[in-house]
Design a protein around this ligand. Structure first.
Ligand code: SF4
Ligand code: SF4
Length: 190
C-alpha cells in the first residue's frame, strides 16, 4: 500500500470522527459548551507517528513566518504545560488537529475493569447523570482503527527507527523521518 492510500485512510477516519461529533452536537447542543476561548482540554498531548506526520506536513505548508512561529513555540513548550499550538484560546493548527482533539468535549465510551463507562469534560453535560450509548464516541473502536492505519504507515512508509509517540512539540522540532517515498517529506523545507 502506498503512502497516498494510507493518508487517504487517515483523512477518511478524521472525516468520520468529525461526522460523529457533528451528530452528537446536533442532538445535544444545549449540553455542550465547547467554544473558542475554552481550552482547559488543550494540554501537551502525544500522538501517533501518522498524526505527527500529517501535522508536520500541515505546518510545512504554512507561510514561513507562521510555521516558524509554531516551531519557536514548540522549542519552549513544557512537557506538563499547555499545548504549544494553543494561542489566545484557539488552536493554531485547527484543521489538522489530531483525532483526540476532535473528540474533546464529547462523551467517550470505553471499557474499564470490565465495566462500560462514559466520560465527558466536566464543563459539558452538567447535571446529566446518565447518557445513552449512542450519545458517545466509541473510543476503543476509534483507537483500534487509528492504530491500524498507524501500523500500515510505519511498515510501508517509514525507513528510519521511530519512537512510538510524539509530543506535539516534538512533531515540529525532531529530526525529519526518513520515508520510503519520493513525493512525501517531513523535512522542515519539505
Ligand atoms: S493540537 Fe490544537 S486542539 Fe489539540 S490540544 Fe493542541 S491546541 Fe488543543
Ligand atoms: S472539552 Fe471542555 S475544556 Fe475543552 S473546549 Fe470543551 S468545554 Fe472547554
Amino acid at each position: 500500500m502506498d503512502i497516498s492510500q494510507i493518508l487517504n485512510n487517515y483523512q477518511h477516519l478524521l472525516a468520520k470522527t468529525d461526522e460523529r461529533c457533528r451528530e452528537i452536537l446536533k442532538n445535544y447542543s444545549g449540553h455542550i459548551r465547547c467554544k473558542k476561548g475554552c481550552a482547559m482540554c488543550c494540554c501537551h498531548i502525544s500522538v501517533f507517528p501518522i498524526e505527527a506526520a500529517v501535522m508536520r506536513l500541515a505546518v510545512n505548508a504554512l507561510p514561513e513566518a507562521a510555521a516558524d512561529h509554531i516551531r519557536k513555540k514548540a522549542r519552549t513548550a513544557l512537557p506538563q504545560g499547555a499545548c504549544p499550538l494553543l494561542e489566545d484560546g484557539a488552536c493554531l493548527l485547527y484543521d489538522s488537529r489530531p483525532i483526540i482533539c476532535r473528540t474533546h468535549g464529547f462523551p467517550i465510551f470505553f471499557i474499564q475493569d470490565g465495566k462500560q463507562r462514559i466520560d465527558v469534560c466536566p464543563l459539558n453535560f452538567e447535571g446529566v447523570s446518565s447518557l445513552p450509548g449512542h450519545a458517545a464516541i466509541d473510543l476503543e473502536r476509534l483507537n483500534q482503527t487509528l492504530s491500524l492505519i498507524n501500523r500500515m504507515f510505519i511498515s510501508n512508509c517509514v525507513t528510519s527507527p521511530l519512537q512510538e509517540r510524539f509530543t506535539i512539540a516534538e512533531i515540529f522540532i525532531c529530526e525529519p523521518l526518513t520515508l520510503n517515498t519520493s513525493h512525501f517529506s517531513l523535512n522542515k523545507d519539505g
